[in-house]
Design a protein around this ligand. Structure first.
Ligand code: ADP
Ligand code: 5GP
Length: 207
């Protein structure tokens, strides 16, 4: 029987490199991982496609999804709603994929509460200066928005210790490989292997 996948939450400061890491991880290990696509009420950035980065929805549509309990979790972040559609996540976990949610902290903590076996990973650049430089370099936000995101990062930093692992995104390739190793190690945790243990105990009794 195929082992059920692990639910993984990846959070981190805006500009830390989460999107970049996810893209590389999925390219390298496409059979292993499934990335959940969230719904949001924010407007698309240049280059973003409906159904690829996000499902872009109106506030009314989003509130309907909440009412119908179609979202595992949702949160408001910088004046917009963001939420995780339930069906895809459940299907992919059943199919044995490790499912990654790239979501902010309020949502991450809600997922952990609802599903305590969730693995929580927090991505950070090596320094605050590097964070500012990545936000500026991405070139998708105004100076004012960047200031807002730096302030938000200072608030979010208070929650880093609620995560299971800290992932420091310095050299991209190394960071991607480290994240993969952490997740694969997680599969070997005792509490995720109770069925195997029971089976082994039964077999040994018969020897
Ligand atoms: P997030 O999804 O966390 O908001 P992005 O993936 O959009 O962050 O990355 C922010 C910017 O930093 C992008 O321009 C990206 O190319 C760059 N970046 C990501 N990882 C690294 C890295 N390890 N070294 C240098 N630049 C990086
Ligand atoms: P951005 O607008 O930069 O794409 O995302 C802003 C923040 O929303 C990021 O921290 C991102 O991880 C988070 N986010 C994206 N999707 C979801 C979601 O479905 N739920 C929650 N709670 N946060 C999300």
């Amino acid at each position: 029987m195929k082992e059920k996948g692990i639910l993984i939450v990846v959070s981190g400061f805006s500009g830390a490199g989460k999107g970049t890491i996810m893209k590389e991880l999925l390219k390298k290990y496409e059979e292993t991982y499934a990335l959940s696509v969230s719904a949001t009420t924010r407007t698309p950035r240049p280059g973003e496609q409906e159904g690829r980065e996000y499902f872009f929805r109106s506030v009314e549509e989003f509130e309907k999804m909440i009412a119908k309990e179609e979202l595992i979790e949702y949160a408001k972040y910088v004046d917009n709603y963001y939420g995780t559609p339930r069906t895809y996540v459940e299907e992919q976990l059943e199919a044995g994929k490790d499912v990654i949610l790239e979501i902010e902290i309020q949502g991450a903590l809600k997922v952990k509460e609802a599903f305590p076996e969730t693995l929580l990973l927090f991505v950070t650049p090596p320094t605050a200066e590097e964070l500012r430089s990545r936000l500026t370099g991405r070139g998708t936000e105004s100076a004012e928005v960047i200031e807002g995101r730096m302030k938000r990062a200072a608030e979010e930093a208070e929650f880093m210790d609620r995560y299971d692992y800290l992932i420091i995104n310095d050299v991209l390739d190394e960071c991607v490989e480290e994240m993969h190793q952490i997740i694969q190690g997680e599969h070997r945790r005792g509490f995720r292997n109770t069925a195997f243990m029971e089976h082994m105990k039964e077999e040994l009794k018969g020897e």
